[in-house]
Design a protein around this ligand. Sequence first.
Ligand code: ADE
Length: 416
Amino acid sequence: MDYDIADISLAAEGEKRIEWAARRMPVLGLIRERFEKERPLEGLTIAATMHVTTETATLMRALQAGGASVSLCASNPLSTQNDVAAALAASGMSVYAIRGESSDTFYEHINAILDTNPDLVFDDGADTTTVLHKERAGQEVLGGLEETTTGVIRLRAMANEGVLRFPVVAVNDSHTKHLFDNKHGTGQSALDGIIRATNILLAGKTIVVVGYGDCGSGIALRAAGMGADVVVVEVDPIRALSAAMEGYRVLTAQDAASQGDIFITVTGNIHVLRGEHFSKMKDGAIIANAGHFDVELDLVSLAAMAEGEQREIRPNLEEYLMPDGSKILVVAQGRLVNLGAAEGHPADVMDMSFADQALAAEWLAQNGADMEPDVYVLPEALDREVARLKLDSMGAGLEQLTEEQINYLASWQEGT
Ligand code: ADE
């Protein structure tokens, strides 16, 4: 087996942490047990581009239990947990991921997993799917799976232009993924990253959340719960209105710039905080990004505005000195803060996202050959089954409809 990782001697540490995550992923555990018996992925080669975390390791092992041969590379240069990469490599998986790898190495690693000639491609941000379409025109793939909102937007653009070459399941769009992982996962883990990098008290601070989708609304909810005064910046009037009615102040980025103590971007768009905003920020303002790509903060402009070189004042925290003597602090180089400065979403919520991934792989293995190139969502029945299993694992009771209620819902004749 081939691999390119930081340090194989970290394997034992990684293995313990994977064991801890796996214990908190009961739904994926049930799927893994069934996969071991039924082997639905027998003979398939899977190439996965994902954040190399303990939760991803648990998913990769479930896929192997289903009979697949798996290779893995990182979906972000800064999100790899080197001990996890080591544990997977030591147990025989082809892993290509080094925390802090350069952009060239990042793409070399993507090409290494594509060289395995995969049947299924797991992607998180659509970089690997893009490489397949731009640089590997002749390579055939049975199907793809996409984990994140940003990647799904890219895939839909490819489908709309008629260039998508194979069916892709937008795993992100399953209810049991985006309503929980995006909201509660990002809500907790983005703040976790900021707290680990800064050790700052959130109570009493003004936190500006730029973007109020599933992820932004989760961050706002948890920041408010920690006692922060939350300001939301949003371009979509419906989302902005719901933020206002959920109790947050809604301001333009210009107006919020001078008020925030901490800024978190989570829009999926480019340069949402830029020079015109940096120049208005308070001394000591902290800026972080929780969106998939590191383009949301215009750090090139910030570096050009700042005096001299930035300095690392704490791990994952860089200080820029502004011409007026004030300082702006950037967390995790503007990369995904939850994975750059913390460990990503907790296993408890990744359990559902990765149960969806495993079921989507099985669905594609069974049906991919008959599906047109397009973007698909996981069948509703599978999505609901994942929710049911998660509720069971939490000891929750799900109420059942009576016969009378079923009939009532199906009838139109009973009125006032
Ligand atoms: N995305 C966000 N959190 C993650 C995690 N813990 N593992 C893999 N991908 C993630």
